[in-house]
Design a protein around this ligand. Sequence first.
Ligand code: SF4
Length: 453
Amino acid sequence: MKDHAALAEAFNKDEQRVDWHDETLWWVRQKRDRASHQIPDWEELREAASQIKHNVLSDLGNYLEQFEKQAIGNGITVHWAADAKEHNDIVHSILKRHGITQMVKSKSMLTEECHLNHFLEEQGINVVDSDLGELIVQLAKEPPSHIVLPCIHKKKEEIGDIFHEHLGSEKGESDPQILTETARVHLRNTFLTRRAALTGVNFAVAETGEFVVCTNEGNADMGAHLSDVHIASMGIEKLIPKRKHLSVFLRLLTRSATGQPITTYSSHFKRPRPGQEMHIILVDNGRSVQLGREDFRNSLKCIRCGACMNTCPVYRRSGGHSYHTAVAGPIGSILAPNLDMKQYADLPFASTLCGSCTNVCPVKIDIHDQLYKWRQVIVKEGYGDKKKAAAMQAMAYTLSSPKVYRIAGKAGRLVMKYAPFAVNNGLNPWYKQRDMPEPPKESFGEWYAKNRS
Ligand code: SF4
C-alpha cells in the first residue's frame, strides 16, 4: 500500500529540489494573488462561480440530458461511461472502427484518472501527449505531478537528458528555449500524421451543446483541427448552464492557475467540421457517488486550476507524486478516498488544515473542512492508522483526567531529564526531523500554584 508520508520522505531526500519546488509554486501563488487583486469584484466572481456550480450539481441529471440533446443536434456523437474501464473501451472502439493505431492527446486529467495511455498501449495504440509538460513526463515514464504544471518536479537539466535520449537534442543541452523548439518540431510532425486527437474538456455548455478547452500552447486546437476523429473526454461535473456563464469561469480559471489574465487559447468546439467525426464521452467514474455524499459533493465544483496545490505547504514540500493519485494536493485528497477509501486513507491526513486552500479556491470549495471530515469518516470506517488511533485513545484518557495528566507530565519531564534517549531516538518519527526542547523544571500548574499571589 502506498503511503504519502513515506513517498514524501523519499522526495525530501533531495533538499535542493524540495526548496525550488516550494519556491516556484509559491511564486505562482503570488502571481495568482496579484492577478486576483487587480479584479475589484474578485470575491463576487468567486461567489457567482460557486453558486452556478451549486445550481448545476443540484440538477445535474437534467443539465446532462439538455447538453446531450444539444450536442447530438450539433452533430456530435455522445457516449456515456460509468467508469474508467467503460471510458477506455469507448475510446478504443472508436479508434478500432477507423483502423487508427496512433493518436495525439492534449492534456486531460480525466484520462490520467482512467489510465488511458497505459490501456491503449496494451491494445497496440501509440499515444503522444502534446502538452509540453505532459510530453516530458510521458517520455520520462512518470505520471504528472501537478494538474496544471505536470513536470514542475523536474529540473531543466533532467529535461535536457530526457530530450537527448528520446528526441535527439544535443547532449547536455538544457536551454529551455532550445528544448521547447525541439519538442515543437517533434510535435508538429505528430500533429500532421495523426488521424485521431483526444482532448479534455474544461467547460461544457448545456444550453448550446458546445464545449470549451483551455490551453496555453494551442496543442488541443492543433490536434483537433488536423484530425479526422476528435474525441473529447469529460467528467460529468464539467457542465455550466449557459454560455454567458463562461465569462465568470474564464476570468477565474487562469488567474487562479498561473496568474495570467486569460488562457492563451480558450477554444470552443460545437460541431465537427465537414468530413470529421466528433465524439464526447461523459464519464461518471465515482462522481455520482460523491454527489450523493452531502459533506463532499461541493468538491465536484472544482475547475482544476491547481491554486490549492500551489498554496499548500504540504504539497509544496512533498511533491505531487507523494499523493499517488492522478489529481494530487488538497483537492485530490478529497476526490481520491471517494474512489477507494482504503487505498487513499492516508491522503486527507496529508494536510495541516491551515485553510489556505479554501481561501484561494475560485469556486469556494470548503477544502480543509472536507479534509477534516474525511478523516472522521476514514477512522470510523476502520481505515485509519491503527498506531495513531491507539495514541489518540491514550491521549484522550490522559487529557480527560487531571490526576493522570499531572502524573504523565511529571513522568515525561523525568524521562526527558534523566533518560532523553528513551524519547529522542530513531524510533520516534517526531524526533527524526526536529529538535526536542529542554523540558521545563515544573508544570504550569505547579508554577501557577507558587506564583498566583
Ligand atoms: S479545489 Fe479549487 S483551488 Fe483546488 S484545483 Fe479545484 S478549483 Fe482550483
